[in-house]
Design a protein around this ligand. Sequence first.
Ligand code: R5P
Length: 265
Amino acid sequence: MEWGMKNRLSRLIQKDGKALFLPIDHGYFQGPTHGLEHPEETIKPIYQYADAIMLTRGVLRNCIDPAIEKPIIMRVSGAVSVVGEDLAAESIVTSIQEILRLNASAVSMSVFVGTKYENKSLSNLAKLVDECEEFGIPVMAVSAVGKELEKREARYLALAARISAEIGARVVKTYYCKEHFEKVVDGCPVPVVIAGGPKTETQREVFDFVYDGLQKGAIGVNLGRNIWQTQYPVASIKAIRAIIHEGYTPQEAEDLYNQVIAGKT
Ligand code: R5P
């Protein structure tokens, strides 16, 4: 592996081999979604606890201080919307020149395996990998299920993760599933991070699945709504960070969460 690629990956994946990515890219197809109306305000109290921030070039340019010390994972696929015909019909919307100009440490794009646009999406991934590898920029494939949340089961997720890695993704983001999540990780030769999905009813559910996902081989998370859409984003991200980087159990994380809310830490 070239020095530049190694250096960028080491900024994202910490010395302990773990990672907490904070995505705020949801506006690319959801518009000013709840909690992200003003991305700069959303991340102000929480970004310090993340290892990297994932966003689009538009939000980066307009809402983020260029002096920010966190690495940027730039979402480069899109051109679809929640009111459009098909979320899977994405294109690559950012050039390699722009990726370099904005000093991204990595890029990400969605991969829609098993959809009408499977070939387009996987071909986009291949092209992006070719362009980015040339400059030592890692590509994170985001296994997407669109509105079909029931696809979040091991067989499908393992298929999508493996195909993304075969095409050249350096990191794969997948959803967590309760049954056989270890098969998703085992079948994927590159590091796997877990997305949070729509906000859960309780914060404990998040601590449980993040912990279990890590036990089963994930290196961390790319988790947004279950942090910044919650009532207590700082407590939430601190507790998740403690699971990832300090080996906290879900119960210890919940205790920390409650202490932060109570102002005791
Ligand atoms: C979807 O909008 C993006 O790919 C997100 O970055 C990804 O789904 C992770 O965010 P969340 O934890 O909110 O699902």
